[in-house]
Design a protein around this ligand. Structure first.
Ligand code: UDP
Ligand code: MG
Length: 313
């Protein structure tokens, strides 16, 4: 039986790109169309332009094109998730719809997959982005890999191929504030990457304004690390230590240099410092429990099995 390959395209106001994307895609997959069954899933993420009608038109002409139309804009990460939920392929490829990810590269991803890799990342050799975006991305990935125990490969966007096993594993993660890049690293499996040159957006402008970028960035950190929570306890200990010094100082002043001290000062200083330190430490303790509640409420699968040898079932 032929294997199926699914392509997933999240679409948000891409009327100027869809047709060209479709044509480029079709000519790219020309070489493999006899070898595999193909499925192109477009998720219309609440576009306000003509994207949906263009997509419907394509799906009428080409049965390989499937369109999932969201009732409103749910965001890129959720759109990709819906695509994965509905995908049937033995391998699933996720791409941008603005031709920043060249469809021809997907063939290289597929050939690496055929060599046995479960995840094949398309890694940017060069990127046509602003200096600001490159710089912030670089710092961000450094911080993220320090804070969390997952290791997200650098210079990697959402352009990647995943084997069915990986997609099935990812589909078990139903958390709301999704950071897919993190989840893909989190589930594990064998991976490799293929280098490519990332083009600039064909038409329209980026739908990732600074605000959405910040949200994604914080989802990455908050979703994969409780370092911010643990920070409270550390700050608490630090402040307590400082307070102790302050308290000793206040007592020394009071006992040895009583003339320096206004009446009531010693008591006030000690009370403020003591309470401040204690409060932060206690907050940190609460933070630890909240961290656990958070982990439980994310409801992630405990483990992902790659294979079982000699099992009966
Ligand atoms: N996108 C989406 N929903 C959104 C924002 C973006 O489905 O709310 C899609 C968009 O159509 C594109 C992909 O996600 O296919 C990446 O978005 P964009 O190109 O704007 O991001 P950038 O490449 O600038 O990071
Ligand atoms: Mg883009």
């Amino acid at each position: 039986m032929k294997k199926t390959i699914t392509y997933i395209f999240p679409v948000y106001n891409e009327e100027g790109n869809i047709r060209l994307l479709y044509e480029t895609l079709c000519s790219s997959v020309e070489k493999i169309r006899n070898k595999y069954d193909l499925e192109f899933i477009f998720i219309n993420d609440g576009s306000t332009d003509r994207s949906l009608s263009i997509l419907r038109e394509l799906s009428n002409k080409d049965k390989r094109v499937k369109v999932i139309n969201f009732a409103r804009n749910f965001g890129h990460q959720v759109a990709v998730t819906a695509g994965m939920d509905y995908s049937k392929g033995n391998a699933v490829i996720v791409m941008d719809s603005d031709l920043q990810d060249p469809p021809s590269v997907s063939l290289e991803l597929i050939s690496m997959w055929e060599k046995g890799y479960d995840i094949v990342y398309a890694q940017r050799r060069t990127r046509q982005d602003t200096v600001f975006k490159k710089f912030t991305a670089n710092i961000y990935y450094r911080i993220l890999s320090k804070l969390s125990d997952i290791d997200i490969p650098r210079n990697i966007g959402d352009f990647r191929l995943m084997d069915r096993r990986v997609v099935d594993a990812l589909n078990q993660f139903r958390e709301h504030d999704r950071y897919l890049r993190g989840l893909v690293s989190y589930v594990g499996f064998s991976n490799t990457s293929v280098l490519f040159d990332r083009d600039s957006r064909h038409s329209g402008r980026s739908n990732y304004p600074l605000k959405k970028m910040f949200k994604l960035a914080s989802d990455g950190i908050v979703g994969f690390s409780n370092a911010p929570l643990r920070l409270i306890l550390r700050v608490g200990y630090f402040i307590s230590l400082l307070s102790l010094v302050g308290i000793i100082y206040a007592l020394v002043e009071k006992i040895f240099f009583p003339k320096h001290v206004v009446s009531g000062w010693t008591f006030t200083v000690i009370a403020v410092l003591l309470i401040g330190g204690i409060q932060l430490v206690l907050l940190g303790v609460i933070g630890n429990y909240i961290g656990r509640i958070y982990a439980e409420s994310q409801n992630r699968p405990l483990y992902i099995i790659e294979s079982i040898t000699n099992s009966d079932s």
